[in-house]
Design a binder for this molecule. Structure first.
Ligand code: SAH
Length: 405
């Protein structure tokens, strides 16, 4: 299968490249950030198509009342129509197309990024991989959405399988898809998915991996490394925990799990998820991860840390506090190998050794790859102070120099 838009759309840099070669290239890519360290083969998918369970289509005004929708061209806001995107879940492609056709029928204008006028800005659909539940998020400007009620009723008539419909308001300039305010138009405002035998509820604003079956393999691996071979562990810190997926899945191996996350919607989801899954030993806190770890009382300092920061990596405060709390094991999960390598250098200088590096392909056909590094403390107590200078230049050079086939 080949996508007609492969040279236009900024989504898939590897479209047309055989899947085994994609995996081999991604392994070399990770190796370039961890020179001299053994990087394991990338864990791939059996069927690498139609895996995205979360799709956000940008909407633009076309001629004659038509609405255009799709992805952006690389590093731009130029819209490339992608109705049959090969990496999106097929049901999501279908639903998105129908939402757009209905919006045209209701004469709903696209939001204009330059003037701030108009209504429909993005159509975001999320699907529970295991449950099939569907969430539609209509991202609009701040203005009135005339006929909103009839619109959602008509849509539900056409697609009774929709679980919930949310309107999110985003009138700001810039590239953020979601604004800070949402309003549930139908259903409960969240969907559920199942991973590793646990059920997770996910609201519109919370992070949740777009490729759940691959995420499950990654979580399993990360938790196995976190638990290690010794007896029952005491405390796990799940840093940058999102909806609590990792901490809750790991909770039966630890006496206590602490989760920290900045997004308040995700923290509410995590607390609800802990209750729902009877993971009573989990505590979730809404805070900056660095601030939280810095202020943690000595008796609560974790023995094991799993950290899963955004692409920008861990903050210097977090790394400083991490080194200071000196957990026995750190499992570092990342979708940004450049920042991961940078942060791992800080940790190795502080007395940790990288024992394994295992990449997982959560994003076939794109250049992205997720990677788990296991770091183990080499000394009885790690250095309590380390110069945390997060200078990216060195790492950027490697990244930019890497050829993508
Ligand atoms: N471990 C989770 C989420 C990983 S994504 C999962 O697998 O689902 C990274 C998360 O870090 C996001 O939920 C984001 O909201 C959160 N985050 C970003 N900056 C943060 C900060 N400074 N402190 C704590 N959490 C932060």
């Amino acid at each position: 299968m080949i996508c007609d838009n492969k040279d236009l759309c900024g989504g898939c840099q590897y479209m047309g490249v055989p899947y085994p070669k994609q995996l081999a290239d991604k392994k070399r890519y990770i190796e370039s950030f961890f020179p001299g360290l053994p990087v394991k083969s990338v864990v791939g998918m059996d069927d690498p198509y139609h895996y995205r369970c979360k799709v956000q289509a940008a909407v633009r005004q076309g001629a004659g009342g038509r609405l255009l929708y799709g992805n952006y061209a690389e590093k731009s806001h130029r819209l490339i129509p992608t109705p049959d995107c090969l990496i999106n879940d097929a049901q999501i492609n279908h639903l998105t197309a129908d939402v757009i056709r209905l919006a045209e029928r209701f004469k709903i204008p696209a939001f204009n990024e330059k003037t701030g006028e108009g209504i429909l800005r993005h159509v975001l659909v999320r699907k529970g991989y295991a449950t099939g539940q569907l969430m539609l998020v209509l991202v609009t400007g701040e203005g009135m959405f005339p006929g909103r009620n009839n619109f959602q009723k008509e849509l539900r008539k056409q697609h009774p399988e929709i679980t919930t419909i949310v309107q999110n308001f985003n009138g700001k300039f810039g590239s953020m898809v979601l604004g800070p305010r949402s309003n549930t138009l139908y259903g409960r405002g969240f969907i559920e998915d199942r991973i590793g035998g646990k059920t997770f509820s996910i609201s519109a604003e919370s992070f949740y991996q777009v490729n759940p079956p691959q995420a499950e393999k990654l979580y399993r691996y990360a938790i196995q490394k976190a638990v290690g071979t010794k007896g029952k562990n005491k405390t796990l810190l799940d840093a940058y925990c999102g909806t609590g997926t990792i901490g809750i899945l790991a909770s039966s191996y630890f006496n206590h799990v602490l989760g920290v996350e900045l997004n308040s919607h995700a923290v509410s989801d995590a607390r609800y998820n802990a209750k729902r899954n009877k993971a009573e030993n989990c505590t979730f806190v809404c805070s900056d991860a660095g601030r939280y770890l810095m202020d943690l009382p000595a008796e609560q300092v974790p023995d094991v840390v799993i950290t899963d920061p955004p692409r920008s990596g861990c903050s210097s405060e977090f790394l400083q506090a991490l080194v200071h709390s000196s957990p026995r094991t750190i499992v570092y999960i990342s979708c940004g190998p450049d920042t991961q390598a940078r942060d791992c250098t800080v940790l190795t200088e502080a007395g940790y050794q990288i024992q394994t590096i295992q990449p997982f392909d959560l994003f076939p056909f794109t250049r992205h790859v997720e990677c788990v590094a296991l770091l183990v403390r080499q000394y009885e107590t790690a250095k309590t102070f380390v110069n945390v200078s997060l200078d990216m230049d060195e790492y950027r050079k490697i990244k930019d120099g890497f050829p993508i086939t």
